[in-house]
Every structure is written in C-alpha cells, then in structure tokens.
Design a binder for this molecule. Structure first.
Ligand SMILES: [Zn+2]
Length: 179
C-alpha cells in the first residue's frame, strides 16, 4: 500500500501560538540557540545538533540514532532528510536544518506528517521568533527569508535561515504544477 503523506496544505493553518511543550525540551532548544547553532564549520554545527538530539531523546525517552549525510557546504535542501523507523534512525541530508531535524524527531515519536509539522514548526517559531517572522511559507514549507538577513554569519555565510526547510519541500515544488 503506497504511503500517503498528510502534510498540511499551509503553514498558517498549523500555527498554534499557545502550544505546550515540555519545559526540559524548551530548555534544550534554548541551549541550542545560545550555542549559536548556525555558527562554526560543518562538524561543529553537527555536534551542536547531536547535543540537542541527546537532550531531546532524554526528555522524550527515545533511543533514536542521529546520522549526518550532509558533508558539504553547498546549498541544498534538507528535504531529503528522513526518519528510518526500522532502525530508529534520523538521517539529516543537505543543509543542516533545525526545523527538519525537529520534524524527523516528531516521526521518531510516532507521528504522521501533519502532526510532525505542527510540533516542529510551532516549536521552531517559539524558540526563534524573529527568524520565523522572516520566513516565507510555501504550502506547508518554511523557507528562508532574504539571504541578506542580519542573522547570516559574516564569516561563513551560513545563517540560521539556511537551516530552514521542511521535508517535502522537493516533492511539493515538484508537484506544484501538477494536478
Ligand atoms: Zn515527514
């Protein structure tokens, strides 16, 4: 039976400003923010994601593995990242994206596309409100705002907004012209 993705049609419809999160999860995300997750070379940024992942696995009682397959600084979507339930493993590909990571963690917690989007987008918006305000929404995707954004690091050009891309981006764009 083919897998049917139930992505929300738009980001706007899933925004829930009052959504509740565990305090320890919020603290882990705030530590990630303080660590300036978008700064450093790729290895340093991956380590910050791993630290966040270990903390969130502790909060939610998960043993999920986190693997990286983004050994490139080239721009590229994170939309090919995935959760592999058979091996309880998240694989992040393309740009390191915190929204994508949280989305895949939502799958690790057993959720479908819609709720994984709800949980990850609202959590991101809560922790990174100014970045979120600058984002554009295309369908269910959160995509980067202006590349001239002040959150871009002058040293490596990899800004927080580069971290944004929801899974499904590639498919959604590919399907945009199809009925
Ligand atoms: Zn998904």
């Amino acid at each position: 039976m083919p897998y049917t993705a139930n992505y929300p049609a738009t980001v706007q419809e899933i925004l829930r400003p009052g959504m509740k999160y565990k305090g320890d999860a919020l603290r882990a995300l705030k530590a990630f923010r303080r660590a300036k997750a978008w700064q450093g070379d790729l290895g340093e940024r991956q380590e910050k994601f791993m630290t966040l992942h270990r903390a969130l696995c502790g909060v939610y009682g998960l043993n999920t593995m986190l693997e990286f397959n983004n050994n490139s600084e080239e721009p590229g979507t994170s939309g090919n990242s995935y959760f592999d339930p058979a091996n309880d493993r998240i694989v992040l590909q393309g740009k390191l994206s915190v929204v994508t990571y949280l989305h895949e963690l939502g799958h690790a917690r057993g959720w479908d596309e819609r709720y994984a989007c709800i949980w990850s987008v609202n959590l991101f918006a809560r922790i990174f409100p100014r970045s979120f305000e600058r984002c554009n929404f295309i369908g269910h995707m959160v995509v980067a705002g202006s590349p001239a954004s002040e959150s871009l690091s002058p040293t490596n050009g990899m800004g927080l907004l580069d971290l944004l891309n929801l899974p499904g981006a590639v498919e959604a764009l590919a399907n945009a012209g199809a009925s």
